[in-house]
Design a protein. Structure first.
Length: 380
């Protein structure tokens, strides 16, 4: 409890990509109810929502946040049907072309490896003769085409190596030095301005040499107080992108000499840092925007790609909250109330980066908080 008698609150905004509208709608309802937070603990798209929200000037910060996501991340529905990509996190075509060019002239590139070894050719021919002597089944044809035709053909070897060996480690890229989306995300209010809540977000530092991999926490006042003592790094354009760099989906992000990927793979909401740094919290609100009920059979590759990160996010996020509740039960020094903003049991929010999905999430997020406050007025 604060000296003026007001509750001291923290809020954790977890990951969930295109379900970000749920966060924004929840913040809108909380804003209208006059509920403020002293601490924001963020990961993945929750970091984007939290940072955009806090760098806007009141009133209507949630509305401004919604406008940012509509303009810089989500597409209109008509466009999305035939171009199902986020507006900002798309393939870095220039980098791909540059990587291919470097690959072609790479020092030590041994083009003789394009030619198959005699043993490979002999094995391929023997398998081919075996197949033509009978009526092959579908799986046999697929195996033969992959290993006895494509894998031993110099041209397909070259094309495959060009894609798999060209120093590109993600389908898309988030961090660009002069990204309009990044400039817009950080708004007009400095993250360390007076009165700004404490903001945390995470990212996973990849192991390098003898340096092991570890979770790195970024903080909006990294040079002061407990943030400095605990070795937190400042929140920057690079760190915000790093915390959303899901391996394979987005390219990793370099900060200094180290390389970072998404931290939500390990810890969705940084509970440990909240309770260690703020032992007098009265409430910790949690907005977990992904649930396994949202994962549906994919109709195409676009849907399958969306399901990939969401399936793990649903399970990891739910487990994190269960473990945290148990941690609070097991220790007596601090017992803040954990308030979880519930997902609608029949939510219509999916993982498509289109305007109607953003708006649907916004409306559901607002309704969830309004129902919660109506059910328990003490939360106000």
């Amino acid at each position: 409890m604060k000296e003026d008698g007001r509750k001291k609150r923290a809020i954790a905004l977890a990951g969930g990509g295109p379900a970000a509208g749920l966060h924004i709608g929840a913040l809108a309802a909380l804003e209208e109810a006059g509920i403020e937070f002293d601490v924001f603990s963020l990961s993945c798209v929750g970091a984007w929502v939290g940072i955009v929200y806090n760098t806007r000037k009141p009133p209507d910060r949630a509305a401004q946040t919604l406008a940012f996501f509509r303009d810089h991340c989500f597409r209109d529905d008509h466009s999305y049907e035939w171009f199902p990509m986020n507006r900002g996190f798309a393939t870095d075509l220039l980098a791909v072309f540059q990587a291919w060019a470097r690959f072609v002239v790479a020092p030590g590139l041994d083009l003789t490896k394009l030619m198959p070894q005699p043993a490979e050719v002999a094995k391929s021919m023997a398998h081919t003769l075996e197949l033509v002597s009978k009526v092959p089944k579908a799986h046999e044809i697929n195996y033969w085409m992959l290993n006895d035709v494509l894998a031993v053909h110099p041209w397909t070897r070259w094309l495959t190596a060009l894609v798999y060996k060209s120093e590109i480690n993600g389908l898309s890229r988030i961090y660009y030095d002069e990204s309009p989306a990044l400039k817009a995300a950080f708004g007009d209010v400095a993250l360390d301005a007076p009165g700004m809540p404490e903001i945390y977000h995470n990212a996973w530092r990849m192991p390098r040499g003898r340096k092991p991999g570890a979770m790195q926490i970024f903080h909006n006042r990294a040079g002061a107080g407990h943030a400095r003592r605990n070795g937190y790094f400042p929140i920057t354009h690079e760190s915000l992108c790093a915390c959303s760099a899901l391996p394979y989906i987005e390219q990793s992000v370099k900060i200094g000499e180290d390389e970072y990927t998404e931290g939500a793979l390990v810890d969705t909401v940084n509970f440990a840092n909240i309770v260690r740094d703020h032992p007098r919290l009265d409430e910790i609100w949690v907005s977990r925007i992904v649930d396994d009920s949202q994962v549906r059979p994919a109709r195409d590759l676009s849907g399958a790609l969306a399901n990939l990160p969401m399936q793990f996010a649903a399970e990891v996020g739910e487990d994190d909250i269960k473990l945290f509740r148990q941690h609070l039960i097991n220790q007596s020094a601090m017992r803040p109330r954990v308030v979880e903003i519930p997902l609608h049991p029949r939510t219509k929010v999916n993982f498509e980066w289109k305007h109607s999905n953003l708006q649907r999430g916004y409306e559901e997020g607002r309704e969830a908080v309004e129902r919660l406050l109506a059910f328990d007025p003490e939360l106000r």
